[in-house]
Unconditional design. Structure first.
Length: 147
């Protein structure tokens, strides 16, 4: 496939609203699962994890307490894979439903409540993403093999 065609497809998909994907991914009212993958630059996985636990995980836990999310957890591969398929951390979030997962959510007030020193918080979050080689999100749907 040539680069122009790939770019055209990517632009088309980017222009589609997320709710269009969400409606086909999970029945209304059912939990909606998204996996978030993080690939840190070599030698920076521990730093990424430290910053994630300090500056992002508390926000996710707060959203679970609020009922927006049902559950959050992190996995790490036990062994290494090829470099092109490598990821260091996978965070799985189970949202209450697809609508909640895709509707706008105002996090700023929660961030200010959790981290009064916004200057430090912003600097550390910027660093958390600077040390990544890649990050991608993957909505998941369950396949009923008995149906």
């Amino acid at each position: 496939m040539n680069k122009r065609r790939i770019l055209a497809i990517a632009l088309f998909l980017a222009a589609m609203p997320l709710t269009q994907f969400a409606q086909t991914a999970a029945p209304s009212g059912q939990p909606f699962v998204v996996e978030y993958y993080y690939k840190a630059k070599w030698g920076h996985a521990d730093e990424f994890l430290k910053l994630f636990k300090k500056n992002h995980y508390p926000l996710l836990k707060k959203e679970v307490e609020m009922g927006r999310m049902v559950k959050v957890w992190m996995d790490q591969p036990r062994y290494h894979t090829t470099e092109d398929g490598r990821w260091d951390f996978r965070v799985t979030i189970v949202f209450k439903n697809a609508t909640v997962a895709n509707e706008p959510f105002e996090e700023d007030s929660l961030k200010k409540q959790l981290w009064p020193d916004q200057e430090t918080y912003t600097r550390e979050e910027q660093r958390r993403f600077e040390i990544l080689d890649a990050h991608w999100d993957l909505p998941i749907k369950t396949v009923d093999l008995d149906r």
